[in-house]
Design a protein around this ligand. Structure first.
Ligand code: NI
Length: 186
């Protein structure tokens, strides 16, 4: 049975303190509770990207969530990437780290959104076009993921959450928008 996560409620309560905190490294084995939360997040993010369920459950679409967004200061991120129409790939990374990145920068055309930020904030968020992320899967196995374009942005956005950073912190107040050409020169 699908039960909606009360993400917005949690966030309104916690935005100032917990979302701005540095989350702690996770040790293995993961608790049963953490595994359940991960499953719940995957379901939530997947459903939020399927129009029928998005409407039915009144979900705000999102492809990623980090544990601190639920008020839990653990270094766990979940991304559900619709890599093809109706096809989803799940990424759960514990203690994720960006171990290398492209010089080339990109930004999502329409800016970024966040389930923790309950309003539209305009502006381009400069991100690395490609990143390699290392971390652990839920069983504690070491994993390495190479991400590019939208998925690369998602990883950087979620990892920022573990360090108390929100996307709008990275918008240049003096120059909030870049052309495709300009952003690649940052
Ligand atoms: Ni976010």
């Amino acid at each position: 049975m699908f039960k909606k996560l009360d993400i917005i409620d949690d966030i309104n309560k916690n935005e100032n303190k917990l979302l701005r905190s540095i989350s702690k490294e996770v040790t293995f084995p993961l608790s049963k509770e953490d595994k359940e939360i991960i499953e719940h997040i995957i379901k939530h993010l997947t459903y939020s990207q399927i129009e029928e369920y998005e409407k039915k459950y009144d979900l705000r679409p999102g492809m990623g969530l980090a544990f601190p967004q639920l008020g839990i200061l653990k270094r766990i991120i979940v991304i559900v990437d619709e890599y093809e129409e109706g096809k989803f790939e799940n990424y759960v990374v514990i203690n994720p780290e960006i171990v290398s990145n492209s010089k080339e920068m990109i930004a999502a055309d329409a800016g970024e959104g966040c389930l923790s930020v309950n309003r539209e904030i305009e502006g381009h968020v400069p991100r690395f076009a490609r990143v390699t992320v290392e971390g652990y899967d839920i069983d504690g196995n070491k994993i390495k993921i190479r991400a590019r374009e939208e998925l690369s942005i998602a990883f950087q956005h979620e990892i920022d959450h573990l360090n108390g950073i929100l996307f709008y912190d990275r918008i240049n107040k003096d120059k909030p928008f870049y052309s495709d050409y300009e952003i690649r020169l940052i």
